[in-house]
Design a protein around this ligand. Structure first.
Ligand SMILES: NC(=O)C1=CN([C@@H]2O[C@H](COP(=O)(O)OP(=O)(O)OC[C@H]3O[C@@H](n4cnc5c(N)ncnc54)[C@H](O)[C@@H]3O)[C@@H](O)[C@H]2O)C=CC1
Ligand SMILES: O=C1[C@@H](O)[C@H](O)[C@@H](O)[C@H](O)[C@H]1O
Length: 355
């Protein structure tokens, strides 16, 4: 996409509203990308503040953006008078404090996944936001489950929701990374990688996950010491549908994220680098892709752009447009059951509050 191209939701915000002044907390891989997209590809926003524990990195990123300052303390960045909204792209363990500080000030926030590190703290965020919404009528928290903005996932959901596949019965997912950074553990694969399929399952099927089972097949020789890789995760939904997830994070090959929904009247598959591949009785054939995608930034580049544009437009109108705090909480509750299932080797029911 070029800088001149206007993203789909941009027009809705109206041309005469002042730019949203955004602070980006954490300018590592994701945060620096978000700064670049907010500065060059998204309309209606500009980055006025960046904050990072590594101040040299923050200096470097700020130097590329006219009018952007470094505020080393993330809480001071949230409170800065030149900040209307915040993107949280710090490591997950800092999200709770930073998102709660945004809610406290009534500041819209786009928080990268995970919302927080566990279900209880995510629920605390849900409750804090609910209290704000009860007072003001406004939602503040959007969570960075970007796959919902990917054109292929959007088309798949539309097909499922329109009844095009009949009643959905099964979802088959593969989530493969060529490699992951040192220090990744089997638990963190559930929390950081499988969490996307948890959200995808809820998004595609429109129901909660009731139970999780995690199987550990023989590990690849490429797996780091102590890492079980691949994993097979089974998610059972409240409506009795089954979602299987192969999560394989050290394939040594490419970034592959595939999702296939099998319904009573047909199936549909995305993630072959070839658009949506649909198979059903009657005329029509399948397309096979050949390209190799190196990583999530390439595979989901468009999805991140659309996600951030829609968040900016919604924040300027005083709301959110995408997965919210409840979705972040639900995903954490399922991942907590996943980590428990990993530890015990048993099917584990998800403990979740009523919505
Ligand atoms: N949606 C997606 O596909 C992806 C999401 N993520 C999520 O994005 C977040 C950031 O991940 P990466 O960019 O890969 O990590 P990273 O390690 O590249 O960057 C994190 C940055 O935060 C800085 N930092 C450390 N403590 C901080 C604090 N208290 N406040 C502000 N900044 C602080 C670090 O110095 C570093 O520059 C994580 O929550 C991760 O799960 C990461 C990769 C893909
Ligand atoms: O969120 C992400 C990473 O944190 C995670 O490590 C990868 O497995 C995912 O594919 C990516 O989308």
């Amino acid at each position: 996409m070029t800088a001149a191209e206007v993203l789909p939701a941009a027009a809705a915000a109206g041309p005469d509203t002042a730019d949203l002044r955004v602070a980006v907390l954490g300018v590592g891989l994701m945060g620096a990308d978000h700064v670049a997209r907010l500065s060059r590809r998204v309309s209606g926003a500009r980055v006025t503040v960046v904050s990072d524990a590594a101040t040299d990195r923050a200096d470097q990123v700020a130097a590329e953006v006219p009018g952007c300052r470094v505020v080393p303390d993330p809480l001071a960045a949230i409170a800065d008078p030149e900040v209307d909204a915040v993107v949280v792209a710090s490591p997950g363990r800092f999200h709770e404090e930073q998102v709660l500080a945004c809610i406290e000030r009534g500041t819209p926030v786009l928080c990268e996944k995970p919302l927080t590190m566990d279900a209880d703290s995510s629920l605390a965020v849900v409750r804090a936001e609910d209290a704000h919404t009860a007072r003001t009528g406004r939602r503040l928290v959007q969570v960075g489950f970007m796959r919902r903005f990917d054109p292929e996932y959007a088309a798949l959901r539309e097909l499922v929701a329109s009844g095009g596949l009949g009643e959905p019965l099964l979802v088959h997912c593969a989530h493969r990374n060529p490699a992951v950074p040192a220090g990744v553990t089997t638990e963190s694969v559930v929390n950081d990688s499988v969490v996307h399929e948890v959200d995808v399952a809820r998004f595609l099927l429109g129901e909660e996950i009731a139970a999780v089972t995690v199987l550990r097949p023989r590990s690849t020789r490429r797996a780091a010491e102590g890492l079980s890789d691949p994993l097979v995760v089974l998610l059972e939904t409240t409506g009795g549908r089954l979602v299987d997830v192969e999560c394989f994070v050290s394939t040594g090959l490419a970034y592959e994220v595939r999702t296939e929904v099998v319904g009573e009247d047909g199936s549909a598959l995305i993630g072959l680098d070839a658009g949506l591949v649909r198979q059903q009785a009657g005329p029509g054939g399948a397309v096979r892709g050949t390209a190799v995608t190196p990583g999530f930034r390439e595979r989901f580049g468009r999805a991140y752009d659309v996600e951030v544009q829609r968040w900016v437009d919604a924040a300027r109108r005083g709301g959110i447009d995408g997965p919210g705090a409840w979705d972040g909480y639900a995903a954490q509750a399922v991942c907590a059951a996943g980590v428990e299932a990993l530890r015990t080797g048993r099917r584990t029911e998800v403990r979740m509050e009523e919505r």
